[in-house]
Ligand binder design. Structure first.
Ligand code: NAD
Length: 440
């Protein structure tokens, strides 16, 4: 099929490349000319395992193209994906300006019947807004003869494993009430639904809400565990034992119940907030979601509080080695990352940071490059040099078995604050470290 994807971010670029890889002819459109130029040169602007070869191979094969020419994009596709950002508005609700701008572009240039697929995460009722927008423009153009449908097809990929998630989705949610549209969607996704039928077809509003419900459920699990970790710390229990104890119940399961320093990234914080605002707008008090958000905001400050308590408020002049800047491993994304809350609090208190992350160094440079109280170090070992303590914020695989002797030699005292419970407290004590982790 000829497919057009608007937006070449984590979702649009990965989805476009994966669809091209099974043989569809995909054109990706972005308003960011510089990004399009980089992509045309074979440079992939984000880090995702497996993405670069996929983009390069399919681009070379002519199945994947990039353009900032929206008219050419609309002309190409039998289906038009909207995969642009839906950032939080001033009050936390989802800002739909980019989604509606794409709807406008499609309506202005379409010359044949179209299926518009909304892949961005959008509040319930957005498909109706897209439909109204397209309708109004077609009417103004005198092209009411053109027919179109708006499908909700939310994306569930995880940053860090986006390519494999898209290639082997757990489920494909299709929100449409039209049999004809459903058939086209089945054809589009048939290569990904061979093992068993992964398509779950429902009405458009349910599909829109499914995405928020999924992210809010996952955020709830994290905030719940962080609440238990705070309790465990105060009650003299070990949250890691509690985690294993409850995870063994198949109704609870081991997934997504790790305590830490709060969830970040471009999705959970904004989606929880957007659903709270959507509930507020219809006078419904989303009590659980509000608590999830409040716990998370607090949790992001806990590592700083531990450090501050340890030094009894005397942080001015201290230097901290910080391992992990990305909001989670295997990504370079620092949006809403707990590392940012921590670093900003440390700087505010007069401390310095020497940071290392396997993938997010460029992003950290872009965000904080001008600060003289931040040194971005080329290796995790370099970040330790002359620091007063080590702080671990992201659980990268390469941090799991460090050279503890070297850590001791490099730090002014053997002190580790671990926001991800990467090590055994008993072993750390035997090695001679003061080790402060989460919930134990
Ligand atoms: P992103 O910010 O990485 O990328 C969005 C892209 O859209 C940018 O390149 C931007 O230049 C482009 N864009 C903006 N307006 C445009 C227009 N009018 N025409 C063409 N391109 C335009 O965003 P993302 O992380 O890919 O997320 C996109 C959507 O998918 C969001 O709604 C998000 O909530 C959702 N989502 C994200 C993830 C994730 O892990 N990142 C997962 C599932 C769903």
């Amino acid at each position: 099929m000829n497919v057009t994807v608007f937006g070449t971010g984590y979702v649009g670029l990965v989805q476009g490349a994966v669809l091209a890889d099974v043989g569809h002819h995909v054109i990706c459109v972005d308003v960011d000319d510089a990004k399009v130029e980089r992509l045309k040169k074979g440079e992939v602007p984000i880090y995702e395992p497996g993405l670069e070869p996929l983009v390069k191979d399919n681009y070379a094969a002519g199945r994947l193209e990039f353009t900032s020419d929206a008219a050419a994009g609309v002309k190409h596709g039998q289906v038009q994906f909207i995969a642009v950002g839906t950032p939080p508005d001033e009050d936390g609700s989802a800002d739909l300006q980019y989604v509606l701008a794409v709807a406008e572009t499609i309506a202005e240039h379409m010359e044949r019947d179209q299926i518009i697929i909304d892949k961005s995460t959008v509040p319930v009722g957005t498909a109706d807004k897209v439909r109204d927008k397209v309708d109004a423009i077609l009417e103004a153009r005198g092209r009411k003869d053109l027919r179109f449908d708006v499908v909700s097809n939310p994306e569930f990929l995880k940053e860090g494993s986006a390519v494999s998630d898209c290639q082997r989705p757990d489920r494909i949610i299709i929100g449409t009430s039209s049999k004809q549209t459903e058939d086209v969607m089945r054809e589009l996704y048939a290569p990904f639904s061979r093992q068993f039928d992964k398509m779950i077809v429902m009405d458009v509003r349910s599909a829109e809400l499914t995405k928020y419900a999924a992210n809010c459920m996952l955020a709830t699990k994290i905030s719940f565990m962080n609440e238990m970790a705070n309790l465990a710390e105060r009650l003299g229990a070990d949250i890691e034992m509690v985690r294993q104890g409850i995870g063994s119940d198949p109704r609870i399961g081991y997934h997504f119940i790790y305590p830490g320093v709060g969830y970040g990234g471009s999705c959970f914080p904004k989606d929880v907030q957007a659903l709270i605002r959507a509930a507020d707008a219809i006078d419904f008090d989303a009590k659980v979601l509000k608590a999830v958000e409040a716990r998370n905001n607090d949790q992001k400050t806990t590592l700083f509080q531990k450090i501050d308590r340890h030094y009894q408020g005397h942080l001015a002049g201290k230097t901290f080695a910080l391992w992990g800047l990305a909001f989670k491993p295997n990504t370079d994304d620092m949006r809403e990352a707990p590392s940012r809350v921590l670093m900003e609090a440390l700087w505010e208190a007069g401390a310095k940071v020497q940071a290392y992350d396997p993938e997010a160094m460029e992003e950290a440079q872009r965000l904080y490059g001008s600060r003289d109280d931040l040194s971005l170090c080329g290796t995790k070992e370099a970040a330790l040099r002359g620091a007063d303590a080590l702080v671990i914020v992201t659980e990268w695989q390469s941090f799991r078995a460090p050279d503890f002797e070297l850590i001791k030699q490099q730090l002014s005292e053997p002190l580790v604050f671990d926001g991800r419970n990467m090590f055994e407290p008993k072993r750390m004590a035997i090695k001679g470290f003061t080790y402060l982790s989460v919930g134990r």
